[in-house]
Structure formats: C-alpha cells, structure tokens
Design a protein around this ligand. Structure first.
Ligand code: HEC
Length: 472
C-alpha cells in the first residue's frame, strides 16, 4: 500500500520536472504563433499599434497578449465556428491560446534564439503584396471637418497591353481619413474625362444627415452633380446624372487592403486601354491633410486558369440580372425603400434579401458589409432540393473590422442564398452616433448598408453575364 502511494508521488514529481525542463519560450513556442496569426498586422507600417516581430518588441506586451487572446479579441475574427469552413480562418486553436497564456504567466522567457524559426520575408514599404506595378492617385486634400460625398475619378490604367492582374492593393496615404477606396476597370469611353472628381451632391441638413429620401442611392429627378478638377478647388454643379459609374472590382476597407488571386491560380483580365474608375470616400478627422494613396498590382506572365469576379463588378461583366433591385444599388447593397430602422430599435431585422444563382457557381469569398449600426449577418443557402445550410454566421458584426471570409462553395444552378442582417440603433451600441434618428440606406457611415459582397471564381474564358438575380 505504502509503496503504491510513494510510486504515485514519484510520478507527480517526475511530471513537474519534465514541465520545468521544457518551459514555454518565445523562440520555440510563441514566435511561430505570432508569425502565423499576428504579424500580418503587427509589424511596422501595418494597422496594428505595435510590432510583434521580435522578442524585444513582444516582451512588454506579454500580459496584454494573454488578455487579448483569452477574450478572443485578437486576432480579429467574427465568424461563428458552428457554421461554415473558412480557408483564411486566422482564429487561434485552444492549444495556441494555452501556449500564449503559459508563456505570459511564466514570466515571458525568451528561450534559446536557436530554437526560433527564421523571420518571415514580409513585403517592404508597407505593402501587403509586393507589387510589380505601382500607380499614384492624384493628391487629395481632405478638410478638417464636414462631409465628403463618395467621389469618382477616371484615370488611365498603367497597362499598355491586355494584362492579367493577379493581386491588387490600395496603400492609403493617410489611413485616418481614408474610409474606403474602391476601383474597377472599365472600357474607355470617348466621353470619359480624366482627372476630374465627380459626385452626387446629396442634399443634407445642418447636421450632415441627408434630407429624407436623398441617400444618393436612388437616381432622383433633380439630382445635382458636382465636379472638381484635380488640382483645383473650384466645384461646378449641374443637374443631371453622373458620367462615371461606380462599380467595385476591388475595395480598400480598413483591415482589408489587398486581394490576392494567386492562391486560386486566378486573376482579372484588364484589356489594353482600359480606364480605372476610382471611388473615394474620405471622412474628416479634425485635421486638414493631403492624402497620397497608391495602388499596386502583380501581373501574370501566362494567363491564369480562373478569373475572379465580384458581385457588382464592371459594366463589361454584368453578373447581376437587373431587377427591381436597381443595378446601381445592387453592387453595394440592394436598395430597398422599406429599409428603415426606427429610433432606439436594438435588434432591427432588415428586409431580407435573396440572390438566386442562374448558373453553377463557385463562391470563394463572403464579405458582409454594414455600417456603424450593423449588428449581425447571416448567409443561408437553399439548395434546389430544398436543403438549407447556414454558410456564414457573424453574431457580432463589428464595423471597424471589414473581414473577408474565404470559402469554397460549389453550388448548382438554382441555389438561392438568403441574407439576414440585423442592426442596433439603441444606446447600447457604442458606435451609434444618434439613437433618436430613423436610419435609411445610404453611402455614409451613419446611414446603413446591407451588402453581402460575394466573390466568384470562373473559368478564365467563361462568360460571367447573368450569373445571378437579386430579389428583395
Ligand atoms: C487583422 C489585423 C490584426 C491581427 C491579425 C492581429 N491584430 Fe492585434 N491588433 C490589431 C489592431 C488594429 C489593434 C489596435 C486596435 C484594437 O485594439 O482593436 C490591435 C491590438 C492588439 C493588442 C492591444 C490590445 C489592447 O488591449 O490594447 C494586442 C495585445 C494584440 N493586438 C495582440 C495580437 C495578437 C497576439 C495577435 C495574434 C494572435 C493579433 N493581435 C493579431 C490588429 C491585428
């Protein structure tokens, strides 16, 4: 009996000894996790406030790292793990969280630098991709305060020949004022004027809110178009319609600065002589600045196998069959006059929206987009045989993180995707600028959006026309 107890005790001691002899160290255990899950943002020139490249840089943050990963605040990832499967899932496994906690609790030791993996070769110059072709957007003054509408500008693309672009990135000059920038490639039209900003002058009251029904989504009679030449401060007004059309082949949103199609052996064909139509949305920040944003591309030497197409891409590739959900609205969200969030409503379900796929499709990206009152987003498939499947559930949408969820959904023709977005217009939403207002759809952050933003892969030569139809 005695011998047995002693043996047990000896085993416990041995267990402790072995744990002590292999403590969790930065070099061996922590750095690989930081490289895989954190350094994409936590390195110089990226959006995170501190670098986590080296032991010296990470050591002072050991406690904060523990707190951030235990609460799952970091890395940012909002998909409910019960649904779907995401190829770019950057959330930590429980074992990785345990490792970071143990490291912090045991005094954050460095360990033997020889155990450390080699550093990752991150792109230089603040880029997320290493671009082969870079173009500068014209410098843009952003005043100290006020509301800037979404501005459009046409520029010639830097490509002289038909070019397959395989990745693209927008490097904002001043991320504090760049709310988003989107662009698409369009065939050059003889009437297109380069280097001139153009926007819809939305009638706004003194608080900056649009007068009811004037969100800029709808093409109203009496619409006023404003233009300003690059380098000039003079704004000209005329009644009529915009000459440039907004489409969203690619967008920079805070937290989503580049698209890389190389992972799918895919690209985007830019015919020679195309224009770049850029949509700029600046938000004033209390300080007048001049923004100098750049766009970078990598290009294919031989045509890739597939092409990447987004819902609402350029007019040369009308993936959406126009329905009552107007073509202008469908790219960014489906404009619905019934979308109206009452004051103080904490759980508003937007009029649901459905997309029906008219061909077999392969969807590789889901990117829910709403504004500051966005609360949750859910994507559900209804297959032709009636079977239903939730493929993305974001129970706590956070406007500050515009995340893309990478999927691999091969769907037969006739499949329907059903979207449910909820909004919080109550005081409990700390980002809510004014819970006493009715909120309608619109382009500004304090108006709302319901944009499911789907990304498709097609065979290189496939015709993307009429890929889907949208119904409210
Ligand atoms: C997609 C970009 C991104 C990734 C990936 C990311 N972070 Fe962050 N992190 C940020 C940004 C931006 C902030 C500052 C804003 C904030 O706190 O939300 C931040 C803040 C932090 C903070 C400070 C929190 C505080 O309380 O002030 C810690 C600690 C942190 N991150 C740790 C990590 C760790 C550890 C990982 C990987 C496991 C990681 N982050 C991955 C972008 C990122």
């Amino acid at each position: 009996m005695m011998r047995l107890v002693l043996a047990g005790l000896a085993m416990v001691v041995a267990g402790m000894a072995s744990e002590e002899s292999s403590p969790v160290t930065f070099a061996k255990d922590v750095l690989p996790i930081l490289q895989k899950n954190c350094q994409s943002c936590h390195r110089p020139g990226q959006i995170a406030p501190m670098s986590l490249l080296s032991y010296q840089e990470a050591r002072p943050w050991a406690r904060a790292i523990k707190a951030a990963v235990v609460t799952r605040k970091m890395p940012p990832w909002f998909a409910d793990t019960s649904y779907g499967h995401f190829v770019n899932d950057r959330s930590l496994k429980q074992s990785e969280i345990d490792t970071l906690v143990k490291w912090s609790d045991s005094g954050a030791p460095e360990g033997n630098p020889k155990d450390a993996p080699g550093p990752i070769q991150w792109p230089t110059g603040g880029w997320g991709i290493q671009p082969e072709v870079v173009m500068d957007l014209p410098a843009h003054d952003v005043p100290e305060k006020g509301t800037l509408e979404w501005e459009l500008i046409a520029l010639p693309t830097p490509f002289k020949n038909d070019t397959w672009v395989t990745s693209m990135e927008i490097l904002p000059g001043d991320p504090a004022v760049v709310h988003h920038i989107c662009f698409s490639f369009e065939k050059h039209r003889p009437t297109t004027v380069y280097n001139r900003y153009e926007w819809v002058q939305v009638p706004r009251d003194e608080t900056g809110n649009p007068t009811p029904g004037n969100s800029g989504f709808s093409e109203l009679p009496g619409m006023i178009i404003a233009t300003r030449d690059v380098g000039s401060t003079e704004v000209k007004f005329r009644p009529g319609r915009p000459t440039l059309r907004q489409t969203l082949d690619f967008c920079y949103l805070p937290g989503a600065s580049y698209d890389d199609y190389r992972v799918w052996d895919a690209g985007k064909l830019v015919p020679a002589g195309s224009d770049l139509i850029v949509s700029l949305h600046y938000t004033t920040n209390g300080k007048a600045v001049t923004d100098r944003t750049r766009i970078g591309f990598t290009v294919a030497k031989t045509p890739p196998k597939k092409k990447f197409v987004v819902q609402g891409s350029g007019e040369d590739e009308p993936v959406i069959v126009p329905t009552k959900a107007s073509a202008r609205a469908a790219f960014a969200s489906s404009y619905n006059p019934e979308f109206a969030i009452p004051p103080n409503e904490g759980n508003y379900l937007a009029p649901p929206m459905d997309i029906t796929f008219l061909k077999d499709v392969e969807i590789v990206r889901l990117r829910p987009h709403a504004h500051v009152r966005g609360k949750s987003a859910q994507y559900k498939l209804i297959y032709p045989d009636g079977r239903e499947e939730i493929v993305l559930n974001v129970p706590r949408y956070d406007f500050n993180w515009q995340l893309s969820y990478g999927t691999a959904l091969k769907l037969p023709k006739g499949t329907r995707m059903h979207f449910e977005f909820r909004y919080d217009n109550s005081v409990n939403n700390k980002f809510n600028p004014d819970p006493t207002r009715w909120v309608y759809q619109g382009f500004q952050s304090w108006e709302e959006m319901m944009a499911p933003n789907l990304g498709f892969l097609l065979d290189r030569d496939a015709d993307p026309a009429s890929l889907m139809s949208v119904t409210n």
